[in-house]
Design a binder for this molecule. Sequence first.
Ligand SMILES: NC(=O)c1ccc[n+]([C@@H]2O[C@H](COP(=O)([O-])OP(=O)(O)OC[C@H]3O[C@@H](n4cnc5c(N)ncnc54)[C@H](O)[C@@H]3O)[C@@H](O)[C@H]2O)c1
Length: 323
Amino acid sequence: MKLLITGGAGNVGSVLVNLALQKGYAVRVVDTLWFNKKIPLAHLGNPEYEFIKGDICDQQLMEKSLHGIDYVIHAAAVVGDPASKLFPDLTSMINQEAAINLIKLCEMNRVKGFVFLSTCSNYGVSDGLATEKSELKPLSLYAETKVSVEQYIMQQAKGVDWVIGRLSTVYGVSPRVRFDLTVNDFAMNGYRNNFLDIFLPLSYRPYVHVWDLARVLLTIIEKFKSVKNNVFNIGFPGENYQKIKIAEAVKKYIPDLKINIVKEGGDLRDYQVDFSKLHGMIKLKREYDAQKCIGEFINVFEQGIINDFDNPVYYNTSPDFSH
Ligand SMILES: NC(=O)c1ccc[n+]([C@@H]2O[C@H](COP(=O)([O-])OP(=O)(O)OC[C@H]3O[C@@H](n4cnc5c(N)ncnc54)[C@H](O)[C@@H]3O)[C@@H](O)[C@H]2O)c1
């Protein structure tokens, strides 16, 4: 069974590739390598791994990349509200146009399934628990592009079976760590500065550990026939956290942490998400939580595995387009 994982050198993709290889899948990756360029080195000797440095906007390259592929997991994108604000044209081109072109190519190449990584950010602000049927209120270009691809898939992608995964905000140590994600950011800033600025401390968001997420995505591939043509919120019950609760988890490791509540900030998202549809169809228990993840990060920092906290490779607002 061969997977094409676009964006397979990213925060989610690099863990997904790792787990897919462990599970015996053959994996082809297409990625522009905007961030940590060393990611492919971990697997290049593995005959089941193939890395193509390239752009999903390149139609010819994507046609070739689909040869022999059973399933596509589409992770490549300009990811996050701030990055989409900085690079609006690129965001529309990659997240929307290239994604839709790739779906059309999957139809032509008779790919067995297309898994689209969308986002729970599509809910924007919601009262109560958002289910897959809740109204979408995207608050950024990033979420708007994800909503428009979702609509294309549901209304027009007739020639390929699909799953749309609305991912919770990801956390955890990954080969391509991101420090622009809340839990990771709080762990890093708490460790580094003993200080956290928090805007809207009581606002809720759903979170998922990157390894738990990879387990869910590969279970979706394993059970594709029974889950296909569905939208799922992706995460686990018990992982809708208020920001202040994440800060308190950091404080357990860093007792002299100072928490400063700020009145101004850009991120107004506030939603909790229901995961019962997903867990009614796949039986998986979560292995991580945010508290445990803070410990993972402290361990990585204390061992000096990461100490260059300002390195642009950790932030989606600083892609390296130079090659
Ligand atoms: N991380 C999260 O919290 C989160 C939450 C919801 C949804 N998602 C979705 O999951 C997916 C992966 O997110 P991530 O956190 O791993 O992001 P990421 O930025 O770490 O990874 C994206 C990868 O895609 C690559 N890429 C970007 N444009 C490309 C292009 N045109 N062609 C080829 N490669 C390209 C980048 O080099 C990068 O390696 C995205 O689709 C994102 O929208 C992520």
